[in-house]
Design a protein around this ligand. Structure first.
Ligand SMILES: [Zn+2]
Length: 364
């Protein structure tokens, strides 16, 4: 009843030697879109790949495919600067044990802070989009502002191909292959911050330098420290202070090694491109820098699971050195098959962490 699909077996046990220059796609000599100039703004723009969106048939979700990787990734996220993910609720200070009249609250459970899984997914997705030949589907830009071919992927009867990001994170009519659980703080937080009220100048948005069309994807720089406007001028927010620790797990199914490797790069696991995540409010003033640690990778044990190259036969949980080796192999595959090296250079420049940058004063 089912026609067996030709499955491309991976060469084993070794992986292919990564290219020396790690230049990713073969078309390195092709003309690239220019990097839009953002001047002294607290963000940069990653140009869109000149080659356009690469849409392909996505892997099925209904069964585990043996040539693909399924499992669970355990992450620790540590705040490097104060971090605030708004719940949308303004509370009386005394109701959440703060000595202010009103406070913008974070999502929390008895003052243990929570970053909704959807927030982390959004951050990781937009980074994944920037590194691959993906569509512009989470943009606020209007349709006529999108370069040709960059419109959102939609699964229809006559069109089932989707871009790399939609394949992994989902599209209209396609569930995606990763799911994000909530990111849970490891203790009650007592920190209160005073976020500057930010305004966004609407004029000469460098995002649209490309004849009125979207020229790149926007990412805020990290800073050594977030600016706190103080009680007189700032808006009280329930924040995660520096060094506050969150934990979460990310479940995935039927990913290629390159797709998993791209996630590792985004999580800052590529020593050639040290980057951190930027989450929540106050990004222009240095808030929301989170450094990820991959604690463990769990893959379902299966007797015929013969492509687990680094795990001990009895182990389906990788940590420490075996995990590191596994991640490096996946990252090499990502550079070779999926990541656009020109876009990665620019993204890594913008999101570089640790950093010496200071957040701009006088934004408020
Ligand atoms: Zn797409």
């Amino acid at each position: 009843m089912t026609t067996p699909k030709p499955i491309k077996r991976k060469a084993q046990p070794q992986r292919p030697t990564p290219k020396k220059d790690r230049s990713g796609s073969p078309q390195t000599t092709a003309k690239q879109n220019p990097v839009p100039d953002t001047g002294d703004k607290p963000y940069g723009l990653v140009p869109l790949p000149a080659k356009g969106v690469d849409r392909q048939f996505p892997a099925g979700q209904n069964r585990f495919r043996k040539d693909l990787v399924s499992g669970k990734l355990y992450l620790t996220l540590t705040a490097q600067t104060s971090t605030f993910v708004a719940s949308g609720i303004v509370a009386m200070g005394r109701d959440v044990n703060f000595k202010v009249d009103l406070i913008k609250t974070a999502v929390h459970h008895k003052n243990t802070l929570i970053i909704p899984g959807s927030s982390l997914k959004g951050v990781i997705r937009s980074t994944y989009e920037a590194l691959t030949r993906s569509c512009l589907c989470k943009t606020k830009a209007r349709r006529e502002e999108l370069p040709p071919g960059y419109g959102e992927c939609k699964i229809k009867k006559d069109q089932v191909e989707v871009c790399p990001a939609c394949r992994v994170f989902g599209a209209m009519g396609w569930q995606g292959l990763v799911s994000f659980a909530d990111v849970v703080g490891q203790k009650a937080s007592t920190s209160i911050g005073f976020m500057p009220s930010l305004y966004r100048p609407r004029t000469e948005n460098p995002m649209y330098q490309n004849n009125g069309r979207v020229a790149g994807r926007k990412f805020y720089h990290h800073a050594v420290k977030a600016i706190d406007a103080g009680e007189q001028r700032g808006i009280p927010v329930q924040q995660a202070a520096e060094a506050y620790v969150f934990k979460t797990a990310l479940q995935f199914k039927n990913l290629t090694e390159a797709e998993l490797g791209t996630l590792f790069v985004i999580l800052g696991q590529d020593s050639d491109y040290p980057i951190a995540l930027k989450v929540g409010g106050g990004k222009p003033v240095g808030m929301g820098t989170l450094v990820a640690t991959v604690e463990a990778l769990e893959k379902p044990a299966s007797p015929e699971d013969r492509y687990t190259r680094y795990a001990l036969p009895e182990s389906d949980r990788l940590t420490d050195e075996p995990l590191k080796n596994y991640m490096q192999a996946a990252i090499a595959s990502a550079h070779q098959k999926l990541i656009e090296s020109y876009q990665l250079q620019e993204l890594a420049r913008i999101l570089a962490y640790p950093t010496q940058r200071t957040a701009p004063e006088g934004m408020y």
